[in-house]
Design a protein around this ligand. Structure first.
Ligand code: FES
Length: 127
């Protein structure tokens, strides 16, 4: 697994969630009780951006319909979401935030609609 430096520590103060990118992967970085957390930026309910949500004591709140996702497991603690959001390993060193991403995590963190259209698209024509 490769760790990507995606933010400076000061860019994610306590109680704040912000969007960052690791290549093409969109990551919601948040800080709660001093600890940094990294999740896919797409809510598993209807793809709203979690970086537009709120940090709560329980987890990250999606501002669209109120689902809350556990920081560590990504499991939804409040409906309407029923599927966990992808959580990335994260570390903070020397004033920088690093997120661990491999191919599987990057795929799992895709927008739901993008993942579905990829599954539904017909195989490429062969000549
Ligand atoms: S899109 Fe997040 S709760 Fe509906």
């Amino acid at each position: 697994m490769e760790y990507h430096q995606i933010a400076r520590s000061g860019q994610v103060p306590e109680g704040v969630v912000r969007r960052f990118f690791a290549g093409a992967v969109e990551v919601a970085l948040s800080r709660s009780e001093g600890e940094i957390h990294a999740m896919s930026n797409y809510c598993t309910h209807l793809d709203c951006l979690l970086s537009s949500g709120k940090v709560t004591d329980e987890g990250l709140l999606c501002s669209c319909h109120g689902s809350v996702f556990d920081y560590d497991s990504g499991e939804p603690l409040q409906p309407p979401a029923t599927r966990p959001v992808t959580v990335f390993p994260v570390k903070e060193e020397g004033g920088h935030i690093y997120v661990g991403i491999d191919e599987g995590l990057a795929e799992a963190a895709m927008r739901r609609r993008a993942a579905e259209s990829r599954r539904l698209s017909p195989p490429a024509a062969t000549s």
